[in-house]
Every structure is written in C-alpha cells, then in structure tokens.
Design a protein around this ligand. Sequence first.
Ligand code: ADE
Length: 251
Amino acid sequence: MGRKIAVISALQEELSEILQLMPDEQRVPIGGRTFWQGHLQDHDVVAVLSGIGKVAAATTTAVLLERFEPEMVIVTGVAGGLSMDASVGDIVVGTGFSQHDMDASPLFQRWEMPGYGRSRFDADPVLVQVLQEAAKDAVTWLPKLLDAQTMTELGLHRPHVHQGDIITGDRFISTAADSNALRAAFPEAWAVDMETAAVAQVCHDHGIPFGAVRVVSDRADEEAHVDFQHFLNQVARHYSARIVRKALNLL
Ligand code: ADE
C-alpha cells in the first residue's frame, strides 16, 4: 500500500530529477512555493522547494504539513562536510538535528531552543534505516554514473555513507576557522546546512516522522563556494534522485 510522503529540497538542482520522475504531478502554488503533487513508486508524493535558510524551510514545512498532511517528511540535498572523515561525495544520513546559530543565552542554555527544553531533534529511526539502505545503494552507483575523469575533477573518490547529526544555521560556512569552531561545538555533527533542523522542528511540532539525507558537496572551508557549485551542477540532481527513489522503494 502506498504511503503519503513529502520530499523537501532547498534548491532546484536537488529536486529536478525527482520531479521528472513524477509525470502526473499537479502543481499547487501556495505562499510563494510550488508544491508538486503526484505519484512515485506507488506512493502519493508531494515535493517542494523550500528555498534557502531556516525561515524559508520552516514556512514551507508548515504549509506542507497543514495543506497536504503527509505521513512522513524527507529532506534531501547537499551539505557542507564537517567531520574530518566527511569527504565530498559522501552521504550523511541524519540522526539528530540542531541549530548551530541558536543563542538565547543567558536566558537559556547555548543552542537550547526556547520552549522546547532541548537543543536537538531526533530523526525517525525507521527513516534512518531506510535512508541508510538507499544511501548505500547510491554510493556504489555513483562511480558508474560518472567517468573517472569527472570523478577526479570533482575530487570524488570512493564515497561512503555516514550516520550522524546535521546542524543548521543561516550561514553558508566557508572558512576552515568557522567549520573548526562548529566541529568543536558539535562533535556529533557530520554535516552543516541551512534548512534541515528548521524542518525537523516543524515536523516535531506536528508529530510527523522526519528524516534527512544529505550529500557532501564541499568541506565548509575556503573552497566551499567553488566545490558547492560544481557539485550542484554536475552531481546533485542524479544523486538525490537515486537516493529518494531507492528510499521510496523500501517504504
Ligand atoms: N550547504 C552546502 N554546503 C554548505 C556550507 N558550506 N555551509 C552551509 N550550508 C551548506
């Protein structure tokens, strides 16, 4: 039996191939976003581009949950690699999500979300498992998609799958000093992005299972903007679509 599943990405490049796989989709414009409603692998799927940043991600998710009532939400796209072992092309399956720029101290603990008594939301354990399986399939497939020269140009080697936290803030991390500081503050974090923890918070508010899978596009250092753009143009759409298709197969 098909489920009702929502897929959110920040950028067109991260979602375009998934949309192409939904030939019967209907476009529903609400609040400056377009929601694509259709079918994929026997599931009812609603896919949406949030745009970049926490506010864009949170408002998109609130509309998504209210108007389309999905059973679960998956975020996919690219992220900066934070762990020393997160290389470009690796996939991070999120286990927990925090906002690294949340700071209501001294009223609340640093990083605590006021009103929640916590600084981290958990991923749904079933989605973690499913996304892990899907990601393992995608990393073995990537070297078949790209020729050896493109792999080298993009600095890709044999990609790996990691499970760990994804941290979010309204900042593109583009210096080694900033990523070092984040790594020290969040030793559990494997990747940094600008949307995931905001989506996690809204899903938590509504009691909707949530999972996130991100491909490492850059190392959140001085080269980040160049690596990010290359990766986005050449790899992200194929990679994200492969992961999502496989995950939907398993659900
Ligand atoms: N998404 C992809 N790369 C990123 C970075 N370096 N910082 C924040 N979000 C990102």
